[in-house]
Design a protein around this ligand. Sequence first.
Ligand SMILES: [Zn+2]
Length: 386
Amino acid sequence: MFELISYSLDQNKVLNLEVRTKGGGAKCPDCHRISDRIHSHYSRTIQDLPMADLSVILHVCVRRFFCDTPSCYKCTFTERMPGSIESYARRTNRMLNSQREVGFVAGGEGGSKIVHKLALPTSPDTLIRLVRIAPILEKPTPKKLGIDDWAFRRGHSYGTILIDLETHRPVDLLPDRTVDTVKKWLLEHPGVEIVTRDRSPIYIEAINQGAASAIQVADRWHLLHNLVETIERTLNRRYKDLQAAFRKTIGKGTEAEKPAKKDLPVSSEQNISLTGYEKQRQQMREKRQAQFEEIHQLKQRGLSIRAISCSLRIGREKVRKNLANEQPPEYKRRRQKTILTPYWAHLEKPIKSACLLRSRSCYRHFLVHGWSILCRHNPDMNTRLI
Ligand SMILES: [Zn+2]
């Protein structure tokens, strides 16, 4: 492809090769007609792979040709060197690939030190730039796909992550967790046979619409997580009974078998007006109340903090906190700054009014009043703010 004109070796162990292209003519990149009418010459300096331990610089004499096609908009053009040197490139493709591989492995600063030792010298910034502009290889669509959400910022914004379950590698990250986004990705990547997901109706709907023939599997982690949550809620509801049964089993008295009056379950009439989230909080409050009374009873019998801790199987610090207070500790929900924060002064009153205890009622109220920001939000969020 090149013809050697001359060469020289400088004191920095750089081999300079003066070369020129072979052949009588070149093809116009626009009209593809071959022209042999030379317009001018110019020189390009191009870095190539080293020879032995010598860096190699090519000084290529490049020709510019006239294009004689009347309809072609190019009056002149430069001959191309396809396959080895791109237009405007300062290094050959093989040199670029070598430097980029080092950049991928060693990064900018470390990679630069290595390439200087290997006679492929370049700067740390150039290595980073070569890594960043590397083409992303298209991977085949996985047959077994895992879908789950992930947090850009926990409690505020979430996206969707897609995992190839055979290689255990991420396939793609989606900017949100809506039906349309997930469905669009599935339609653009046909061939998914099995999809694992949590039990979110959003993902179920998206898979039904985007990959209807795929088998949907509720993944093990989410099943176990949901099971644990359910068991915890059940045990919290029955905390007093469980403690009584436990003490009866180990024969430490049966006083606690009879629940105190204030520990009786909340009446169904009271429960009707509570949302699921409030019921859960109510159960936790009852559990703390029962535990608080037990700790004080045991203390009155003369047990030490360590003995109470062992008896109830809770931490000593927790025992100390309960003994130091007249009332069971109340845990307040810390309100984080959200999209609703600027509107909170207007929201608090209607939300706390009796007619808006339910999230759907809140949602309808905001819809009627034209508060579009809230309507874009999950309606369940409104009740959580109470
Ligand atoms: Zn042309």
